[in-house]
Design a protein around this ligand. Structure first.
Ligand SMILES: C[S@@+](CC[C@H](N)C(=O)[O-])C[C@H]1O[C@@H](n2cnc3c(N)ncnc32)[C@H](O)[C@@H]1O
Length: 276
């Protein structure tokens, strides 16, 4: 490990993601059948990113051989950062499969000092920011790495529903019971779908995530010079209120579990005064 802070948060996730990769959880399976059209659907389904040829793109906390090769197939000049050596191995495997070149960097998203400042046009972060207690540290790192006018995408747990699962159904709804507190630890059990129905052959640390409140995310972005340009609320496609209560389809129709933030790095734009 080159520059990761081996604090308990990092250590826990290194062990967890190595075990997930050994047991072929969906997030660790490289995408080996992409073409330009399906690569675009994977990372840019709304077609917002335009021509990516030769654009410097950082796939952040994005190991596993999915987004990195998708961007590379679209012509981008890709660097992928992840804490997990096992996950980065999948990126190298997928890149070799397509005959593509990508750069893999083993690092913690909270310390990206190994990368040069003002390097990237796009930082694309799939679901991962909830694995660290303080998202604003990551925003500071991303601000350092983006060129002015560059774009930052990240997916996060929907702060309003974080910690709820389909199995939380109690006959009437999905009751909120966890504190809405910045940085609060949320632990739950892996759901069967992440192993595509197989039972893992070993005990794996359960997901350990941290709530980032909506105010923390928005104010953390603006404090680091970002301008919000889009917010996507995600479920599994169309909300299906006819679905059976207690199923993933019903739960996600009631409580969209994920948000996608798109923010432009505009440090010199006159904006709202920041607190403090
Ligand atoms: C849900 S996966 C997302 C990426 C994967 N390509 C996908 O599409 O599912 C989360 C990734 O975050 C990484 N990760 C967790 N904590 C991290 C940290 N502190 N710094 C960098 N990467 C981290 C994990 O190793 C894992 O590869």
């Amino acid at each position: 490990m080159k520059n990761a802070k081996k604090d308990p948060v990092a250590q826990y996730n290194i062990e967890r993601w190595a075990a997930l990769a050994r047991n072929r959880a969906v997030f660790t399976r490289p995408q080996l059948d992409l073409d330009a059209a399906t690569a675009r659907m994977l990372v840019d389904p709304q077609g917002r990113l335009g021509d990516l040829k030769d654009r410097p793109v950082l796939c952040l906390a994005s190991g596993g051989g999915q987004q990195s090769v998708a961007f590379a197939l679209l012509g981008a000049n890709v660097t992928v950062v992840d804490l997990s050596a096992a996950q980065l191995e999948q990126d190298r495997f997928a890149a070799a499969h397509y005959g593509l070149e990508i750069q893999t960097v083993e690092a913690d998203m909270r310390d990206l000092s190994v990368l040069a400042p003002s390097t990237f046009d796009l930082v694309y972060q799939p679901y991962s920011i909830n694995f660290v207690p303080d998202a604003t540290v990551v925003f500071g790192e991303v601000a350092r790495l983006l060129r002015e006018g560059g774009l930052y995408h990240f997916q996060s747990a929907n702060p309003c529903f974080a910690g709820l699962l389909a199995e939380s159904w109690d006959g009437q709804g999905y009751p909120l019971h966890l504190p809405y507190v910045q940085g609060a630890l949320i632990e739950y059990n892996d759901e069967a779908w992440i192993f595509r129905g197989d039972t893992p052959g070993e005990a794996i640390h359960r997901p350990r995530e941290y709530r980032h409140t909506l105010g923390t995310l928005i104010n953390g972005l603006t404090a680091h010079g970002f301008l919000m340009v889009r917010l996507d609320e995600e479920n599994l496609g169309h909300p299906d209120m006819e679905a059976v209560p207690g199923t993933t389809e019903h739960f996600t129709a009631v409580a969209p579990p994920w948000l996608r933030f798109w923010a432009s790095f505009r440090p010199n734009l006159l904006g709202m005064p920041q607190d403090g």
